[in-house]
Design a protein. Structure first.
Length: 278
């Protein structure tokens, strides 16, 4: 019994000592944990501050870059300029060759517009008096060997004379004559002496109403003392086509009587028309 009591007492003493040691161990662990937590908090705090500072620096740098002005002028490349100034237009739907684009369609005049312009030109010619009597464009090739027909049939009452003066009865004076004066009757048709283009239709005090024809190769013919002129400037006349009719003479030819004044020029110099008459 005494032995059992001793053993029990010893066991209780050991348990008491063991409990004391356990309490100390637990207290040490709690202190270590607390120190670890304190150090971890400090580390996290430092890392957080560093992160904030770094982020602020990056934001400042990016903001500074956004406000910088490029000191160099950016010049576009030639290819880009060509594309902007002459953009390629899309192909036109229905084009037969598959390559025609809208630009080609815009630049090419429509057949309707061409026909309209031609019709307008014909209408203007008809209104001007050309009508069915107007000849189509002729090849004008008058030269020094060409021959003309008489604008009217009649006697020459005043010859061509540029080398010496001749007498003009109405004026009662002598002077040079750049053309010939052909006797005629009033209202006689006056015909184109050769194929030509009407350069001018006008009126002069001396020769009355007149028509100037371009015969080609710098030859020009002038017929004066006309009335009811039907020739139109710019139209072509065939040889023998009526230009107008003989009128009463002007006051410069009252004594000479009814006539047609006919002049021929080459390179703006008068020549004798009789040398070219048939």
């Amino acid at each position: 019994m005494d032995i059992f009591i001793k053993i029990l007492h010893s066991f209780l003493n050991n348990q008491s000592r063991f409990g004391k040691n356990s309490t100390e161990v637990i207290n040490v662990k709690e202190k270590v944990n607390q120190m670890f937590k304190d150090k971890l908090f400090l580390v996290m705090l430092v890392l957080g501050l560093l992160t904030i500072v770094a982020a602020a620096g990056v934001f400042t740098v990016q903001r500074g870059k956004g406000n910088e002005t490029n000191p160099y002028l950016e010049v576009p490349q030639p290819e880009m300029i060509a594309q902007e100034t002459d953009p390629e237009l899309p192909p036109v739907a229905g084009a037969s060759d598959g390559t025609k684009n809208a630009k080609d369609i815009i630049q090419a005049p429509s057949q309707t517009a061409v026909a309209k312009n031609e019709n307008q030109g014909n209408d203007l010619a008809a209104e001007a008096g050309a009508g069915q009597n107007a000849a189509e464009a002729l090849v004008l090739n008058f030269n020094d060997s060409s021959k003309m027909t008489w604008p009217v049939r009649g006697n020459v009452i005043l010859d061509y004379s540029m080398d010496q003066t001749i007498y003009f009865p109405t004026l009662d004076q002598y002077k040079c004559n750049p053309g010939i004066v052909i006797q005629a009757d009033v209202s006689t048709p006056v015909e184109a002496p050769a194929n030509g283009k009407v350069l001018e239709v006008g009126v002069s005090d001396e020769i009355g109403s007149y028509v100037v024809l371009d015969l080609g190769n710098e030859y020009k013919a002038t017929c004066g003392q006309l009335k009811e002129v039907c020739a139109v400037e710019g139209e072509y006349l065939k040889q023998g086509q009526i230009m107008g009719y003989v009128s009463e003479p002007t006051k410069y030819y009252s004594v000479e009587g009814v006539n047609v004044f006919f002049e021929l020029q080459h390179q703006d110099k008068t020549v004798d028309p009789l040398n070219f008459m048939e």
